[in-house]
Write a protein that binds this ligand. Structure first.
Ligand code: F3S
Length: 416
């Protein structure tokens, strides 16, 4: 990779050992990926994981090492002109009476959050930064973590980001540079799989089903959807999360909707394939069933807001719960970003959910915290997929109204 004299000077330690190391990470990564140069990046969504010794089995030494690395990083200001937000944490910084929310680790996390804020990061602590003010423009070069948010940024907003990890996003935040490869380049944003949609998509979970099926078929490719209605922001959120769960998708196009696909031909750069994956009413039905491994009717946990709930979703959940109460023995979690919860509180809808026995959780999510759940109902395909693998729960994925009905009844009552 060709580096400028300024970049070579940073590599040689001209701005201190941490930034030299950070630049080396992204140069080596770029070399492996075939990048020819570093380009300026003006928007990041960084990850600041503090290992969780209780719920995730990390050692105290790992916790100390990770915390030290993050403290060192946060001694440096974020790059001038670069808007930087932060992904979810492993624990919530609220006091929460579950043993997984270890007070020692919360203290460590809180200290790092304060340092990060001082160094210029916006303390959003969310997996859906586009709902809390991080909305890059079309063509803007970004460095985002969180696979669902990466797909959203590239596809729905038309911004440009490869999939970042902890080190690369931190380096990009402090240096304002990323290696130029993958979907940063026009030629790598061309659709690879045509998906003809004939199923009626009636809610965000249906879009999640579409994403889960198309993601599995596309693998690392770029699906192009044709025949869909215009998605809402919540529909698009579920689609993008499921694309990155069913497969390793970095971006998609929706013909006639997304910024780089005014037409089907534009999405394929003029080269529309004749073959297409068909997403029919039966494919939609099977997608929901494909993740269901729940036996019997008994449930103990309902998780909504994966990715983090928008204010509209919180309002919908509050309305479904109004005047009723979650069944004994069932935990209802509604995950969202702290700023969105503040808005929900100002509207009184967070209190309505709490009065009905639900909990509006911010900074993290029950899956990140490893809150134990044996029989779980969720409206998110991503949540269902990872709850099966990461916490070993029996899972049902269903539309929001069916999830809330299950929470109120204390058992699975069916889809309709
Ligand atoms: Fe967000 Fe947790 Fe889902 S981090 S995307 S709510 S698994």
């Amino acid at each position: 990779m060709e580096l400028t004299s300024d970049q070579l000077s940073v590599l040689a330690g001209g701005r201190g050992p941490y930034l030299a190391r950070a630049l080396r990470w992204i140069v080596e990564w770029g070399d492996v990926m075939g990048a020819k140069r570093l380009v300026r990046c003006t928007n990041t969504h960084a990850l600041m994981p503090v290992a969780n010794t209780l719920a995730r089995g990390a050692s105290a030494a790992t916790l100390a090492q990770q915390a030290e690395e993050l403290r060192e990083a946060c001694q440096h200001p974020t790059a001038p002109g670069c808007l930087c937000t932060v992904h979810t944490l492993f624990l919530t910084m609220d006091p929460l009476d579950v043993p997984q929310n270890d007070p020692v680790q919360i203290e460590v996390q809180r200290g790092i959050a304060e340092l990060a804020t001082r160094s210029g990061f916006l303390p959003t602590f969310t997996c859906a930064p586009y709902l809390t003010g991080n909305v890059p423009l079309k063509g803007e070069v970004c460095a985002w973590t969180e696979s669902s948010a990466v797909v959203y940024a590239n596809s729905i907003l038309g911004a440009r980001t490869t999939r970042h990890g902890t080190e690369s996003a931190m380096a990009a935040s402090l240096l304002g540079l990323v290696p130029e490869f993958g979907v940063l380049l026009d030629e790598n944003r061309k659709g690879t799989l045509r998906v003809e949609v004939t199923a009626a998509l009636t809610c965000p979970s249906d879009w999640g089903a579409l994403g889960y099926v198309a993601g599995a078929a596309a693998g690392l490719g770029i699906p192009v959807f044709h025949g869909t209605p215009r998605p809402s922001q919540d529909d698009a959120k579920q689609l993008c999360a499921a694309l990155a769960t069913g497969g390793g998708v970095t971006m998609c196009h929706i013909a006639g909707v997304t910024p780089e696909a005014p037409t089907l031909a534009d999405a394929f750069h003029g080269d529309v394939p004749s073959e297409a994956l068909q997403f029919t009413p039966e494919t939609l039905r099977q997608a929901y069933l494909s993740l269901r491994n729940h036996t019997g009717d008994e449930i103990d946990t309902v998780i909504l807001g994966c990715p983090h709930a928008s204010i509209q979703e919180i309002a919908e959940i509050a309305a479904l719960l109004r005047g009723r109460h979650v069944a004994d023995g069932v935990a209802l979690w509604v995950n969202t970003a702290r700023p969105t919860r503040a808005l929900a509180e100002s509207m009184g809808i967070a209190q309505q959910i709490a009065a009905a026995g639900g909990r509006v959780l911010c900074d993290t999510c029950p899956t990140n915290m490893r809150i134990p759940a044996r029989r779980l109902v969720t409206h998110g395909f991503k949540q269902a997929h990872y709850s099966r693998g990461m916490i070993g729960a029996e899972v049902i994925v269903a539309r929001t109204a069916a999830c809330v009905r299950a929470a109120l009844a204390g058992k699975w009552c069916g889809d309709e």
